[in-house]
Design a protein around this ligand. Sequence first.
Ligand SMILES: [Ca+2]
Ligand SMILES: [Ca+2]
Ligand SMILES: [Ca+2]
Ligand SMILES: [Ca+2]
Length: 264
Amino acid sequence: MTQRLGFVLALAAVLVLAACSQKLDGSPVDIETQGSLIIAVTVWNDIDGDGFRDIGEPGLGNVSVRLTGESLDTSGSTSAGGDLLFLSLNPGLYQLEVTDTAGVLAGLTPTFDSDGIATPGQVTVDLTDGEPPQIEFGYGPFLAAIEAVIDIKPGSDPNCINNNGHGAIPVAIFGSDLLDVTEIDLTLLSLEGLTVRTVGQKNKLQAHYADLDADNNEDLVVQFEDVAGAFDASASTATVTGALFDGRPVVGTDTICLTPANDR
Ligand SMILES: [Ca+2]
Ligand SMILES: [Ca+2]
Ligand SMILES: [Ca+2]
Ligand SMILES: [Ca+2]
């Protein structure tokens, strides 16, 4: 058991003991209807916006969080350290939602939550007996995307693509004073939903670095795995999206022409 969890449980025990004696209005608590489970929530400041809580990234206090489920609807706010405990819960399915009624998170953007950033600021908890879930929400700065110059099918123009699901589509991403392409996370790169091709038993990502335009900035050439129908039939441009290892988004667009499947 971690020291942190130990502290959480000790604090919870004290609070549950206090709660068991009497309610705020002085009437005895009906222990039969109260559960003994806990959900621990932490909201923290993801200063570098990378989706991980690094050493030195502090908790965010006074952030309101709403808990609903199992006929419960309650809210609480985080302590100065960014922590919040929901106590005396019964097993069941709960929804946590960062409501931030005090506006602490104004100007920040969600970078992490425990069940995925696709549902930012919301986490579903299936609460069962056992270790209390530790739910985390990270909020960081809004990071403007770095605009990259890219060349689909490097060296050839126009950039005609079969998009028939065979082979790969090479794309060069040019480095610059603003973009160190060796800092691009290859696993996050996407060309209109296509991902970087992998080869071999170790799923090595097909990419290499070279200074294609001889400007003394390293450039990145990646092979995107072709998937039939990835491009809209009328598309005249295609966009590469990705991010650096530090979370900063990267985006670049080039023209394409789509070759009809029977016209090769
Ligand atoms: Ca971080
Ligand atoms: Ca979520
Ligand atoms: Ca080209
Ligand atoms: Ca270059």
